[in-house]
Design a protein around this ligand. Structure first.
Ligand SMILES: NC(=O)c1ccc[n+]([C@@H]2O[C@H](COP(=O)([O-])OP(=O)(O)OC[C@H]3O[C@@H](n4cnc5c(N)ncnc54)[C@H](O)[C@@H]3O)[C@@H](O)[C@H]2O)c1
Length: 341
């Protein structure tokens, strides 16, 4: 079978720690091209992963004979690069948050429809084993009625992660459009929608910049959410959690409390209403602290969906719905009102 030819736009941390290593492990692809406006970085990373072609302008990369492109750029470029790639006939895996507005997300979805190519969004939290387990159990009705949830994704911030450190685009509104809520919060709006199998219908939010004097985006946000069946809960997204990352989700149900990624040893703990507990130690969730050792499964899933022609788990529509919750939270902070989604 012919290998899929891959190009990667943006050669920063997510590309070098996740996308490229995971493409390199996948037998059905060949890494052909890498692009970054920082040409030196593009060269170093490109050579490391065996890319024959190096570019500093993504338009040039898109002229190449490629089957698929990963979009690993700052957020404001997700829509323009993805749309140009789809129009050039490439399948696209775009990082999250999918876009900076509903209009951009719609344009990406429509470009994918017109080209007949796959558009997938990099919401890797869906593929984490504990989250898959929770989704399956909830679907089977193991927990009875779901009453509430709380989820958090917080760490000290992207300084130690981004290729440009404290000078990173992550802190600049023009390039990021949103801070911790778009970096971390959108992962959890996507995860909650996926695990609960329901859409969010209302959001109220308080959004602050508490810890980063140099940032002109949010770094500390708390959302109150309500789903279509009336489940209420909270979501926290923060770059102000010093010391240890929090990437946990707790679901409160009729039959007990389900804790996901809330314990160093057991990725799943179910405290039953009779006082007993069930524990599972599944593959650990990927975190900034651990670097790139653990595969996210995102690349394999993207490649499989191209090869089988099946829609990926995280389509453009899914990415858009998860983004809309975050946009609603921004509106709630601005208007000091509960926002209907
Ligand atoms: N799925 C996840 O868990 C996850 C984790 C981290 C980051 N991300 C997302 O990945 C994307 C990239 O983040 P990162 O952490 O790699 O950031 P980063 O700062 O480490 O890297 C971004 C790279 O993009 C390059 N770039 C900027 N403009 C460009 C252009 N016009 N053309 C080509 N390259 C350009 C920069 O030079 C830099 O090398 C963001 O959208 C971010 O939200 C996702």
């Amino acid at each position: 079978m012919r290998k899929l030819k891959i190009g990667v736009v943006g050669a920063g941390s997510i590309a070098s720690k996740r996308h490229l290593p995971e493409y390199a492990e996948n037998k059905n692809v060949e890494i052909v091209a890498v692009c970054d406006i920082n040409e030196q970085r593009a060269k170093e990373i490109g050579v490391k992963f065996g890319a024959a072609k190096i570019f500093s302008d993504y338009h040039d990369l898109l002229k190449e004979d490629l089957d698929a492109v990963s979009v690993c750029t700052p957020n404001y470029l997700h829509a323009p690069v993805s749309i140009a790639a789809l129009e050039a006939g490439k399948h696209v895996l775009c990082e999250k948050p999918m876009a900076t507005s509903e209009e951009e997300a719609d344009q990406m979805i429509s470009a994918a429809e017109k080209s007949g190519k796959t558009l997938m969004i990099g919401h890797n939290q869906r593929l984490v084993e504990s989250h898959q387990q929770a989704k399956n159990w909830l679907k089977e009705g193991k927990f009875g009625k779901v009453y509430s949830f709380r989820t958090a994704f917080g760490h000290p911030g992207p300084e130690a992660w981004s290729a440009d450190g404290a000078e990173s685009w992550f802190f600049k509104k023009e390039e990021a459009f949103i801070g911790a809520m778009g970096d971390l919060g959108v992962h959890k709006t996507d995860l909650l929608r996926y695990i609960l199998g329901e859409e969010m219908v209302e959001v109220a939010a308080m959004v602050e910049t508490s810890a980063k004097d140099h940032a002109d985006v949010d770094d500390n946000a708390v959302l109150i959410l309500k789903t279509e069946s009336g489940i209420i809960g909270t979501l926290a997204a923060s770059w102000a959690y010093k010391g240890k990352e929090d990437n946990s989700t707790v679901i409160y149900t009729e039959k007990g409390v389900l804790r996901l990624e809330d314990d160093e040893k057991h990725s799943v703990i179910f405290h039953k209403h009779d006082g007993t507990r069930e524990e599972l130690s599944l593959g650990q969730i990927q975190s900034n602290e651990e670097g790139g050792q653990v595969s996210t499964g995102v690349i394999d899933h993207f490649v499989d969906s191209i090869l089988t022609g099946k829609a990926p788990l995280i389509t453009g529509e899914e990415g858009k719905k998860s983004l809309l919750v975050i946009l609603g939270a921004l509106k709630s902070e601005e208007t000091k009102q509960i926002v209907k989604l």
